[in-house]
Ligand binder design. Structure first.
Ligand code: SF4
Length: 423
């Protein structure tokens, strides 16, 4: 019997739209190359292999393709086609190019395929359909997994307790994020509180589950999971959190600096969006920065647009949060709290960028315009896709996240989760 595959529904609908795509797979991405593949590229291309070594990187990331200064791939030809594939066929493509926009993970015998929002078609399918994040199961079609050997295997022995319990914990995160009776901000606060409750014994490299202590640590994890599953716990967290009033100006300042740092480096589409957002919130270089004023503009715009398009906004951010948990295993982060913090940080950034999008500025003025719903959807796809491609994995974003919470443990990190969840 073929191995089972799980995938969110949007990936069952995905087909590359090729020349109709508003972007291309070949810009704004970091392309790691495995040791074996780098060798093959050197043999086939010699000096033209355009690889930068990655000293100290793993065998799967021994080098990176050296992108052009605008973030474009050096192998992209004048007709926006891949010259590597044209001249040498699929076999010479690095794994990520052969697999994009799929993200393939193995949990032992079970496979999962998610998508990356860096692809505009994936972003559309994931964010705009009500049922897009529902899990689907299927026998494993090889078409979806062109390079099975490059998939990450997350199944672990019981000694690695952080990874060993990851599926159970992740299922809980997905279940709680799906509790749409609560606002997304409260659901993020719930995830933060849970992460904080397990922070002293459930993290990368924990020793708390070793040998004789294992049964006790597992029982404690089960108990905390059960506690946070209870409706009254969730309601209590929601009530507490709703009463918090947090200042947004400092967060606006952090996001504006991030955008300014990124827009000098990236391609035209991202530069246009970042400039439009900064101008519409009066955060551009020609205007003196008033962060509190920008925060008030953002808040007013959000409330006003939500009056007419609240259900759509709720659905988009709900899908985004679920997609994030599908796409990026929390075991990549040193602690669950650090992972939830990054999720809340990204949601905050996306909320600001969406409300700063020039189309949303127009929607704020004319919420009942005949093309209002269509315009909102266009702004959503553009914003989420460009942030996924140009910001989320960037050194500037990762440095900002690390600078704010370090390895992400303790009450201070929980406080910062709540600040960005409330944003
Ligand atoms: S970004 Fe997505 S839709 Fe666009 S060309 Fe690449 S795979 Fe196709």
């Amino acid at each position: 019997m073929p191995n089972p595959l799980t995938l969110p529904r949007y990936m069952t609908r995905f087909r590359c739209i090729a020349e109709r795509c508003e972007d291309s797979c070949c810009s704004g991405l970091k392309v790691p190359v495995s040791q074996a593949h780098a060798q093959r590229m050197h043999e086939a291309l010699g000096e033209e292999s355009k690889l930068t070594p990655n000293p100290g990187g793993s065998a799967t990331e021994s080098a990176f393709i050296q992108m052009r200064p605008d973030g474009g791939c050096p192998f992209l030809d004048t007709e926006r086609l891949c010259s590597l594939q044209r001249r040498h066929g699929d076999a010479l493509l690095p794994d990520i190019c052969a697999t994009f926009p799929r993200v393939v993970t193995r949990w032992g015998e079970r496979w999962e395929v998610a998508g990356t929002l860096a692809c505009p078609e994936v972003a559309r399918l994931c964010l705009l359909a009500e049922d897009s994040t529902q899990p689907e199961s299927a026998p494993l079609p090889t078409l979806l997994i062109p390079r099975p050997n490059s998939a990450r295997d997350l199944a672990r022995a019981p000694e690695d307790a952080y990874a060993f319990h990851a599926e159970t914990v992740r299922n809980a995160l997905l279940r709680w994020l799906d509790r749409r009776a609560l606002p997304l901000a409260s659901r993020l606060a719930l995830l933060g509180r849970f992460a904080h409750a397990v922070d002293d014994f459930y993290f990368q490299g924990t020793e708390a589950f070793r040998e004789d202590a294992r049964a006790e640590a597992q029982a404690r994890l089960d108990e905390v999971l059960q506690h946070f599953d209870a409706e009254q716990t969730q309601e209590a967290i929601h009530q507490d959190f709703s009463e918090l009033a947090l200042p947004g100006g400092p967060c606006v300042g952090l996001f504006a600096s991030l955008l300014k740092a990124r827009m000098t480096l990236r391609g035209e589409r991202f530069q246009g969006l970042a400039r439009g957002v900064l101008t519409s919130l009066r955060l551009d270089a020609d205007t003196p920065e008033d962060l509190d004023a920008a925060w008030r503009t953002y808040e007013a715009r959000w409330h006003h647009v939500a009056d007419t398009h609240g259900a759509r906004l709720e659905q988009v951010f709900h899908n985004y949060a679920l997609h994030s948990v599908w796409r990026t295993p929390f075991t990549d982060s040193p602690s669950l709290l650090a992972y939830v913090f990054r999720l809340a940080l990204r949601v905050g950034l996306l909320r600001l960028m969406l409300m700063g999008h020039p189309r949303l500025e127009a929607l704020h003025r004319e919420p009942f315009a005949p093309d209002a719903a269509e315009s909102l959807d266009l702004a959503v796809v553009e914003t989420f896709q460009l942030v996924a491609r140009h910001v989320e994995q960037s050194p500037e974003f990762l440095t900002l996240a690390e600078g704010l919470v370090g390895t992400g443990r303790g009450a201070q990190t929980l406080g910062k989760v709540l600040v960005f969840a409330a944003f």
